[in-house]
Design a protein around this ligand. Structure first.
Ligand code: PMP
Length: 432
């Protein structure tokens, strides 16, 4: 076996020292910090295909994929060309323009539950706006979310959130008014009976139930058979709206999102980073009868200066138009190789590992499993993940720096990239 050469990152360390001076914690989003895995975050200078290059010139096979959106890999030519062309026409108009119409049409064509969409600039904004719409449309205040899910950092959603907040060990964030949080009920994921019991008592006060149809923010947790159907049935029964947060799953698990995979029609859908091809875009949409209640057509207010930004919309359209059936086949094949290969390597070295996967999103949980909700996710050996992460980083493989995140496979990952990743994993497992 080739001797590993641990990458040296002096420039990265210097950037981190500078960053810490003027940026809280040295990062612009807490999930980028290495608190859960130890060491300093790596600073990057470029990304192309499946490869990230750090400021010291070290190269890594990337499975973080900017936390999901880079389905085609980094900086594919179609997206670069689209952004370059769009930039030549102006970077922001603050007026209606052709690109946003085309993106809205593309989204409504791909996802049948969408008659109309409103574009925004982030997943947080989209979730927050969809909830306001649900509250305005139903005249109710109550919101249900699920333990371990993450729907952005708006007040009222940062209630025992997963993702960054779970990693940092802050069940609720200071600064969220108690009164706001009190409107949010947090229920266990994949617990149909618990949900039905809750709705029986509280259903008529609930404006909406927001769910990641495949959870990705406590690591990947697929919905158990019947769970999403129960959400659909009970919300309809009590007049609450069902919101699918497809910020991660939209266009990733299937072109039509998780809702097409599981054949459920939510009332509202939230989309995010994927539809911007790596530029800042989000969207929320649904039936015309609900969407028409948003300003200016209706009274429920929501707005954004940079919403539908022409560069972001051009990048998103270019990426979405390139997602053909061959792309999804490729994602499935490479993802299957990675999932089964990691599992086999772990078994060989006696490392307990559960691989949860839906399409090109997966998470290695260091435990015996099964892993089906936040309480079972939390039984994972986080120290083992940290060891795995650092071992892989040293061997030129970049994973999400947290045990409760998703690993993403892209169109740019080749069989050779997967094979190299598996060789690295085998070395790391051998040392665990
Ligand atoms: N919803 C889900 C399911 C997400 O995964 C995220 C972010 N990872 C968000 C909402 C928030 O999106 P953003 O970070 O773009 O605000």
């Amino acid at each position: 076996m080739k001797k590993k050469v641990t990458p040296c990152r002096p420039k990265s360390s210097r950037y981190f020292q500078r960053a810490r001076k003027h940026i809280p914690g040295g990062v612009n989003s807490p999930v980028r910090a290495f608190q859960a895995v130890g060491g300093d975050p790596v600073f990057f200078q470029s990304a192309k295909g499946a490869i990230l290059e750090d400021v010291d010139g070290n190269r890594y096979i990337d499975f973080c994929a900017s936390w999901g959106p880079m389905i085609l890999g980094h900086a594919p030519k179609v997206v670069r060309d689209a952004v370059r062309n769009a930039a030549g026409q102006g970077t922001s108009f603050g007026t209606p323009h052709a690109g946003e119409v085309e993106l809205a049409e593309e989204l409504c064509k791909a996802i049948p539950s969408l008659d109309q969409v409103r574009l925004v600039s982030s997943g947080t904004e989209a979730c927050m706006s969809a909830i306001r719409l649900a509250r305005g449309a139903t005249g109710r205040d109550g919101v249900v979310k699920f333990d371990g899910a993450y729907h952005g950092h708006a007040d009222g959603l940062l209630v025992r959130a997963g993702s960054g907040a779970a990693t940092l060990g802050i069940p609720t964030s200071p600064g969220v008014p108690r009164a706001t949080a009190a409107h949010t009920a947090v229920l266990p994921y994949n617990n149909e009976d618990g949900f039905s019991r809750f709705m029986k008592k509280q259903g008529r006060k609930i404006a909406c139930v927001i769910v990641e149809p495949v959870a990705g923010n406590m690591g990947v947790v697929p919905p158990q058979p019947g769970f999403l159907q129960a959400l659909r049935k009970e919300t309809s029964r009590y007049g609450a709206l069902l919101i699918f947060d497809e910020v991660i799953t939209g266009f990733r698990v299937a072109r039509g999102g998780a809702q097409s995979l599981f054949r459920i029609r939510p009332d509202l859908t939230v989309l995010g980073k994927v539809i911007g091809g790596g530029l800042p875009v989000g969207a929320y949409g649904g039936r015309r009868s609900i969407m028409k209640q948003i300003a200016p057509e209706g009274p429920i207010y929501q707005a954004g200066t940079l919403s539908g930004n022409p560069l972001a919309v051009a990048a998103g359209l270019a990426q979405l138009r390139a997602l053909d059936s061959e792309t999804y086949q490729h994602l499935e094949q490479r993802s299957f190789e990675l999932e089964t290969g990691l599992h086999r390597a772990a078994q060989k070295h006696g490392v307990p590992l559960v691989m949860n996967r839906v399409g090109s999103m997966m998470t290695p949980f260091f435990q015996k499993g099964p892993v089906y909700d936040w309480s079972t996710v939390a039984q994972s050996d986080t120290a083992k993940y940290a060891k795995f992460f650092r071992g892989m980083l040293d061997r030129g493989i970049y994973l999400a720096p947290s045990p409760y995140e998703t690993l993403f496979v892209s169109r740019a990952h080749t069989r050779a990239h997967i094979a190299r990743t598996l060789r690295a994993a085998e070395e790391v497992f051998c040392e665990m």
